[in-house]
Ligand binder design. Sequence first.
Ligand code: PRE
Length: 368
Amino acid sequence: MADHDDTLPQDLPGLRVRIDAVDRELLALINRRAALAHAVGEIKKKEGSPVFRPEREQQVIENLKSINPGPLKNESLAPIWREVMSACRALETPTRVAFLGPAGTFSEEAALNYFGSSIVRVPCASIDEVFRATSAGSADFGVVPVENSTEGAVARSMDLFLTTPLNIVGETSLLVRHNLLRLREDLQGITAVCAHPQALGQCHEWLSQHLPGVERRPVTSNAEGARLASKDPSLAALASTRAGNEFGLHVVAPGVQDDPRNRTRFVMVADPLKQPLPAPSGVDCTSLVIAVPNLPGAMHDLLVPLKDAGVSMSRFESRPARSGQWEYYFYIDLQGHPDEPRVAQALQVLRAKCSFFKLLGGYPLDRH
Ligand SMILES: O=C(O)C(=O)C[C@]1(C(=O)O)C=C[C@@H](O)C=C1
């Protein structure tokens, strides 16, 4: 094996010869892996079972982390293997992924992070359109934002979970860095800052301090804001550097979000008839939405079965039921998979106590 010599060359050309030799071995190995994945794909085709198995991909990465001898860092393994598995998956079948477009949005970045780059991208004009494309079958998966660490829940996504039959099959969380982007290189003469309302909220303090009195114009996505700013020098956008590059804009001010740790959590949605719930991966999340009868102690009665079963809640969010009666839907994330006995037990008791109950999904937690 080319890299197993104890004595390393001490010169650049010598080391590069060795790297080339290792790359040839890697290429042969990755192709062997791809051939195996292709064979798995043939079996799945015969069985009619889904190609994408997030719990298996998670296990592959966790197994490798547990045996990684280094010097490669453990956090480098996930992005590498996600790309390898994305390319292998593409040999089995194309993965069509809908997200809030155009190119350059954080939703697109979340889609690429999660599924790797060997996907067919289906950019959509709105979150509603992402749900529609996935329900109608023009995409296999949809990627939608559900919560932001500064601005909280993404209401539109939450409401659409109720009215569409889609399940949640995965999640990923992104560090979201907004930049003030523009055709000009300074802050002079800006008449409006165009961005998604969430981004305007996440940069509220910076805008008040540096561009007081300037109009904040909500648009359908940050990349759409960047597109508008690329047509009019008096406009600025709040968006990623990727969006800036896409539309030829300057970064006038980098990292203008009020919280430097600003993160957005995205979930992957799919049609349950085509993509069943992922099997337990070992570290999973269960998402559900419920309503309780408007009676004293109803909420307390719901929490007791969770405590009794030893199930922790990692998210609790409410949305108005739109009945005009001060009734609410509660969105709950539990630690564990719906097939784990203690979670299954808690869900069974909850189901019996709720006036409305919908299991949204059980899926591997984002551990990267
Ligand atoms: O193990 C499988 O089911 C495969 O299809 C192989 C593979 C992989 O490349 O390792 C590819 C796609 C799946 O999402 C999971 C894993």
